[in-house]
Each structure stands twice: as structure tokens, then as C-alpha cells.
Design a protein around this ligand. Structure first.
Ligand code: HEM
Length: 492
């Protein structure tokens, strides 16, 4: 008995149907739903969606935009890997080569750089959107928690990428950024050493950051993004409602093709065009080649860590670098597990009072943040914070100290007693003068700032071998960091 081959007579048609099984374009709703179910990419959507969720101003397309950015980053990142070698000798020259020798090299680098930065902004705005529309409430608690992990990974991906050009900006931003780890009690210094591949930023750090940036972080992100979207698909998107609408009983549904897919397609095209334009216009920054012996003054963290850096100026480092961010993250993670009025889901700002509060919060934030950043640091605070701790240290190292004045003296005496043993230490000793001048600019008296740095350096030197502090002489940040290091890890 022979079985008749049911496929079409034409060979090209048979080939096409082996790839695309469903009719294109589909003519019926059933066909449209089948198209979504049988397509690998479209399958991230359900075959039908609630009509109100199509309203653009509900989600602002932010989750989808994060996925688009992830795609652009993957494609441009793989292209950059054809040119880039992660060693201190080649990394910076490869960046120059992208500009001068490789066709469209600078454009590809710009696309990668700006998409990475935009991803932080987009993921954060997406979190705000979910927060203000109550999209984190049951059953979407875990989707929210996965989102927080994604936000951290987006920052980690940017941070590890920051070092790769191996220019001054990269070197010192990563030096400043990784030094925050030292404030983590007990395990911090060990983690810092593991990530840096040694005591300070160097060739092993570049290898480590490269591995994390091109393999470990992106693969983890792709896994968690898939999980995140799968959860959104299973729980459905929260359904938007106006403040005065009655609670939802029945919601009209429409097929995903073409209603949702067409909006996504147009939005993606517009965004790609804008990102391309921006990247064609504005180059990713590149400064002088990294120089471990000379830091820009002051060394700045990457923009997404500047808040943390600013906190460190005002508070004790354990509080600024560990307690505040730790509490913020823990509160975000616990948020969806608190008890809520579930009826408010899908309503922007929940109530009129909520809207007022959000507006007030945004206004206060927009005014207070720049004001606090621009205001000179209050001398009393910045000087006494370190003073207290150096004083404690001196309790064992050189005797008690009463105030900033005697602190300066004690610091100088200590320095003198310990002796300047290496060129790096000489640089640092001279650096405390520079710091005093910098302290003036920041509203500290010369004495207070000089005391801070001189004593910090002295304690650090007694605690550690001098090679660790190579090049940390001329910037206030690494200088202060050394002082803190010695406080976190006491001598001996
Ligand atoms: C790489 C980063 C991220 C990607 C690619 C991503 C992707 C998405 C997508 C495509 C959606 C559905 C459409 C939309 O709401 O725009 C969504 C929804 C959601 N996302 Fe994200 N997301 C990311 C980060 C986050 C973050 C940082 C949070 C919060 C901490 C979060 C929490 C949620 C929640 C709770 C939903 C469901 C919202 C609802 O039903 O209204 N996501 N995400």
C-alpha cells in the first residue's frame, strides 16, 4: 500500500512550508492565534491579549524596549569581539583602531555603549511604571523579584564593560567602584580580591571583567529575562483601569497578531532609528590610555554609582555603601509580599492622593538631589566621621587624639615614625598637600582635610605593603579609601 504525499506539487512551496507551516498572512482569528503559538519568537506572547493592555501609555513599551536593547547589545557586542583583545597592551589600541581602521567600528562601539547606558535608564523606568501601576501585586510578586535581579545584572553588565576600553576613565572608575566592596563586612575584601584577580586593578582584572561581561552576565540575563517574560505570559499583564472605573468583571480580548505585534514593530523601528541617530552623532567617551600612576582629581565613579559615591561623602562608608543600598534593595524585594488592596491594581498612582504624593516626591527629588550634590559638604560631618575612626585606630597605634588639630599632628607624627618607604608613599605624603587644597574647594578646612588624608595614608601604610597603593597619591578618593581600608581591616 502506498501513502499519498500530501505536500504541494511545487518544490519551492514544499521548502517554504517546511519552514513556515501556517498560512501567511493568516485570514481568520484562529489562523492568527495559531501563528503566535507555532512561532518561536511570537510565542513569548499569549495568542490573545486583553484589549485595554494595548494602551501604550500604560506600559510605555518599556519592558519590550529592554528586550530590544538586549538584542542590539548582543549583536554589536559580538561584532566588537572580532576586534577587541582584553589585555592592557591591546585594549586601548583596539578602541583607537575601531575609530580609525575598522569600517563602521566607531558606530558599532557607540551603539553598544549608548544602548548599554540606556538599558539602565529603561529598566529603572520600567520598574517605576510597574511600581506606580501596582503591577507587582499578587500573583506577580516573583516576577518583580526577578526584575530586581535583572536590574542588578544590567548595572553589573555596564560596570564590567566600563573597564574594557582601558582608558583613564575606565581604570579609575573601576578602582573607585570596586573599592566600595571593601566596606562589605567580613567577605568584602575577599570578594574584591577575587573580582580584581589581585590587590588592585590590573591585567587579571581585565580578563575577569571581560569573561563576566561577554559570557557570564549576558547568559544569566538571557535566562532570567526568559523566566521573567514567561511569568508575565502565565500571569498575564495587569489590566489598566482609570481611577473612577468600576472593578473589572469581563475584559475584551483581541488576537496578538496583528493588534499587539504591529504596535511593538512600529515602536521597535522608531527606537532603533533614534538610537542609530544618537550613535551616529555622539561618540562613546574615550580618554587617555589608563595610567595606574596618575589618577584624575577627583576620580569619579560611573554615573550610576555617583549616588553611592555622594553618600560616602556624607556618611560613614559602612552606612553609605552597605546599609543604605542594602536596605533599599531589601525593601524593594519585600514590597510585593506586604498586604495590599488588590482592587487598586492597574491604576496609575492608585488614587488622587497617590498621584499628588508621587508628583511631590518627584519634585522634591528633582530639586533636592542637585542641591545636595552642589552644596559644599558640611565640614563638621566629613571631618569628624573619619576623625573618630582614625582616633580609634590611633588608640592602638599611637595614643588617643582629641580633635582635628591634634589629629593632623598625630597623623604627621605617625607618618614620620613609620617612615616613607617607597616612591608611592612619597607621592602620597606630597598628595596630602594636594588634598588640603581640594578640601578647601569642598568646604573643608585645610587642616581637617589634611588630617584626614595624612593619617588615613599613614595607617594604611602600616597595615599593608606599599605596592598596594601604587598610584593612589593624587586623588582624594583613593586616598580616603586607603584610610578607610585600614579602618575596615585593622593593622596586623
Ligand atoms: C532586563 C530588564 C527587564 C526586561 C527585559 C523586562 C521585560 C518585561 C516585559 C517585556 C514585560 C511585559 C511588558 C511591560 O510591562 O512592559 C515585563 C513586565 C513586568 N516586569 Fe519587567 N523587565 C525587566 C526588568 C524589570 C524590573 C527591574 C522590574 C522590577 C523590579 C520588573 C518587573 C516586572 C513586573 C512585575 C512585570 C509585570 C507587570 C504587570 O503585569 O503590570 N521588570 N517585564
Amino acid at each position: 500500500m502506498t501513502i499519498q504525499d500530501p505536500r504541494p506539487d511545487s518544490l519551492p512551496r514544499r521548502v517554504w512550508e517546511s519552514v513556515q507551516r501556517d498560512e501567511l498572512p493568516p485570514q481568520t482569528d484562529q489562523g492568527r492565534m495559531k501563528l503566535v503559538m507555532n512561532n518561536l519568537v511570537l510565542h513569548i506572547h499569549p495568542s490573545k491579549v486583553a484589549k485595554p493592555t494595548l494602551k501604550f501609555t500604560y506600559t510605555w513599551g518599556l519592558g519590550g524596549l529592554a528586550i530590544l536593547l538586549m538584542m542590539i547589545l548582543a549583536v554589536t557586542g559580538v561584532m566588537l569581539m572580532f576586534v577587541y583583545t582584553p589585555t592592557p597592551d591591546s585594549a586601548y589600541n583596539d578602541m583607537l583602531a575601531l575609530k580609525t581602521e575598522v569600517w563602521f567600528g566607531q558606530l558599532i562601539r557607540n551603539l553598544h555603549h549608548w544602548s548599554g547606558n540606556l538599558m539602565i535608564v529603561v529598566a529603572f523606568l520600567h520598574m517605576l511604571r510597574v511600581f506606580y501601576t501596582g503591577g507587582f501585586r499578587p500573583p506577580r510578586e516573583f516576577t518583580w523579584v526577578l526584575g530586581i535581579v535583572l536590574l542588578l545584572l544590567v548595572v553589573a553588565a555596564n560596570f564590567t564593560g566600563y573597564l574594557l576600553p582601558w582608558d583613564q576613565l575606565a581604570y579609575w572608575a573601576v578602582t573607585v567602584g570596586t573599592s566600595l566592596l571593601d566596606y562589605v563586612p567580613l567577605i568584602g575584601p575577599a570578594i574584591s580580591r577575587l573580582i580584581l584577580g589581585g590587590p588592585e586593578v590590573g591585567a587579571p582584572t581585565l580578563t575577569n571583567f571581560f569573561g563576566l561581561h561577554v559570557a557570564i552576565i549576558p547568559l544569566t540575563m538571557m535566562g532570567i529575562i526568559s523566566f521573567h517574560i514567561w511569568r508575565v505570559r502565565k500571569d498575564t499583564l495587569s489590566i489598566p483601569r482609570n481611577l473612577d472605573d468600576a472593578p473589572l468583571t469581563r475584559v475584551e480580548k483581541v488576537t496578538t497578531v496583528p493588534h499587539l505585534v504591529s504596535i511593538e514593530f512600529v515602536f521597535a523601528l522608531v527606537m532603533v532609528a533614534l538610537i542609530l541617530l544618537w550613535s551616529a552623532w555622539i561618540d562613546a567617551p574615550l580618554e587617555e590610555a589608563a595610567n595606574p600612576d596618575h589618577s584624575p582629581n577627583p576620580a569619579k565613579a560611573a554615573w550610576y554609582f555617583m549616588g553611592l559615591q555622594e553618600l560616602l561623602l556624607h556618611f560613614h562608608p559602612v552606612f553609605g555603601a552597605i546599609v543604605v543600598p542594602g536596605l533599599a534593595l531589601a525593601s524593594l524585594a519585600i514590597l510585593p509580599y506586604l498586604r495590599f488592596d488588590l482592587d487598586a491594581e492597574g491604576i496609575w498612582f492608585r488614587s488622587r492622593k497617590g498621584r499628588q504624593t508621587a508628583k511631590l516626591g518627584a519634585l522634591v527629588g528633582l530639586i533636592a538631589t542637585p542641591t545636595l550634590v552642589l552644596l559644599p559638604d558640611r565640614p563638621a560631618r566629613t571631618a569628624t566621621q573619619p576623625a573618630n575612626h582614625y582616633q580609634q585606630q590611633l588608640g592602638t597605634a599611637g595614643g588617643p587624639v582629641a580633635d582635628a588639630d591634634s589629629l593632623l599632628q598625630a597623623g604627621a607624627t605617625h607618618l614620620w615614625r613609620v617612615g616613607v618607604r617607597s616612591p608611592a608613599e612619597r607621592v602620597h605624603a606630597a598628595g596630602s598637600g594636594v588634598h588640603s587644597a581640594d578640601g578647601d574647594r569642598r568646604g573643608l578646612s585645610r587642616r581637617e582635610h589634611g588630617a584626614d588624608v595624612a593619617l588615613g595614608g599613614a595607617l594604611a601604610w602600616t597595615a599593608h605593603s606599599s605596592h598596594r597603593f601604587r598610584g593612589a597619591g593624587s586623588s582624594s578618593w583613593p586616598g580616603a579609601r586607603q584610610g578607610w581600608r585600614s579602618w575596615v581591616r585593622p593593622a596586623g
